[in-house]
Design a protein around this ligand. Structure first.
Ligand code: NAP
Ligand code: MG
Length: 403
């Protein structure tokens, strides 16, 4: 069989620990044999980030702006223990944070649903994609403990010296306060990323806040979304037969539980944090969750939602067998390859991505899976495979589909 050609390279961001091991296996078994894989390689493994003073992370993000599509392996976000383990010069920032800041993107997460791994909510027939606004609110808040009686106010001093004031509360005893903020520019980017991604994936978009209670803060989110939708997207949504709708956050939560899925749920920062954990745990496993960062300009960075699976890596280093699930990492590759194919009008590449995904699903549905899934499957007598054998089983299914 002739290998599928690529015209434009993908930005490839290698990573750490067990996912770095899977990364190489996936390329060797599932990509190189079938594709003339073209990538511009950036090693985001912690060792090389440290060597380059983290420059490599910045370079990989700039390359994503240049080429438009990246695929990223999970990476270590250093903490005190990692400082010693890797003899780091500095506690380098989270690569995901750095890349997100440069691309100004929104993260979309969706479960990979297969027969035999059933969501706890039985009417969820199709995946629910969570879009989380990744800036501000409680994550960038200032807080104070109020020691006793007194007055607390919000004060804004304009660059021209003008002043706005708003009473928060007149305390007659101890209490607490918190000051949150957000930026219209960031909310607008978030909205555009969501509308673009909805059109791109042909799914309805839901957005919800608590605007009835928060008449300025949350209401601004609602208004900016509606303005951008009306001015820039309403026609395209109508043409595609898609719907954008806004509702209250509590109404959205109630409707999600009754829905059959297949839509994007855009959430403010905190709602997205909490709700994406709810969706992923209801769908079985973090190892079956895809994640893509989409910038308002239309740059895409695909990855798995889980981390570097450190515990499995240490077993691997001791020579013990691991059964680490590579599906989300494979789907990061297929997402990136399909998007590259769409942008380059490379139909063969898109079809390959579809088939590789179908091969993963078919392999699991035939009862061959890693241990994390075997523990929760409703299939009878699943065959538990180790990390490498699962990837080889997917290869066999794929070869059957391609021939
Ligand atoms: P993790 O890699 O998400 O793994 C936590 C646990 O979840 C694992 O020990 C394993 O449970 C299970 N698990 C996750 N992915 C799995 C898979 N593919 N197959 C099977 N089981 C899987 O989190 P962590 O081990 O706490 O974090 C390790 C490193 O990842 C940290 O340094 C963190 O900074 C980094 N991280 C990176 C990203 C990213 O790059 N996007 C995201 C999150 C965390 P069992 O041990 O019970 O089998
Ligand atoms: Mg969380």
């Amino acid at each position: 069989m002739e290998k599928i050609k690529m015209t434009t390279p993908l930005v490839e961001m290698d990573g750490d620990e067990m996912t770095r091991i899977l990364w190489k296996m996936i390329k060797d078994e599932l990509l190189h044999p079938f594709l003339d894989l073209k990538t511009e390689y950036y090693d985001l493994g912690l060792e090389y980030r440290n060597q380059t003073d983290d420059q490599v992370t910045f370079d990989s993000a700039y390359a994503t702006k240049k080429y438009g599509v990246a695929v990223k392996c999970a990476t270590i976000t250093p903490n005190a223990a990692r400082m010693d383990e890797y003899k780091l010069k500095e506690m380098w920032k989270s690569p995901n944070g750095t890349i997100r800041a440069i691309l100004d993107g929104t993260v979309f997460r969706a479960p990979i649903q297969v027969k035999g791994i059933e969501p706890c909510v039985k009417n969820w027939q199709k995946p629910i994609t969570i879009a989380r606004h990744a800036y501000g609110d409680v994550y960038k808040a200032s807080e104070m403990k109020i020691p006793g009686p007194g007055t607390c106010e919000l004060v804004f001093t304009g660059a021209d010296g003008s002043e706005l004031r708003e009473l928060i509360h007149t305390f007659d005893g101890p209490g607490i306060v918190q000051g949150q903020h957000n930026l219209c520019g960031s909310i607008e980017s978030f909205a555009r990323s969501c509308f673009n991604y909805a059109l791109d994936t042909k799914q309805d978009l839901w957005f919800a806040t608590k605007d009835t209670i928060s008449k300025k803060y949350d209401h601004t989110f609602k208004d900016l979304f509606q303005d951008i939708f009306d001015q820039e997207y309403a026609d395209q949504f109508a043409e595609a037969g898609l719907e954008y709708f806004y509702t209250l956050i509590d109404d959205a939560v109630a409707r999600v539980m009754k829905a059959e899925g297949g839509f994007i749920w855009a959430c403010k920062n905190y709602d997205g944090d909490v709700m994406s954990d709810m969706i992923s745990s209801a769908c079985g496993s973090l190892a079956m969750m895809t994640s893509v960062l989409v910038s308002p300009e239309g740059y895409y960075e695909y990855e798995a939602a889980h981390g570097t699976v450190q515990r499995h890596y240490y077993k691997h280093l001791k020579g013990e067998e691991t059964s680490t699930n590579s599906v989300a990492t494979i789907f990061a590759w297929t997402g990136a390859l399909r998007k590259r194919g769409e942008l380059d009008q490379n139909q063969a590449l898109c079809e390959f991505a579809d088939k590789l995904e179908a091969a993963c699903v078919a392999t699991i549905e035939a009862g061959r899976m890693t241990k994390d899934l075997a523990l929760i499957t409703t299939l009878q007598n699943p065959v538990v495979l180790n990390s490498e054998d699962f990837i080889k089983a997917v290869r066999k299914t794929l070869e059957g589909m391609l021939s």
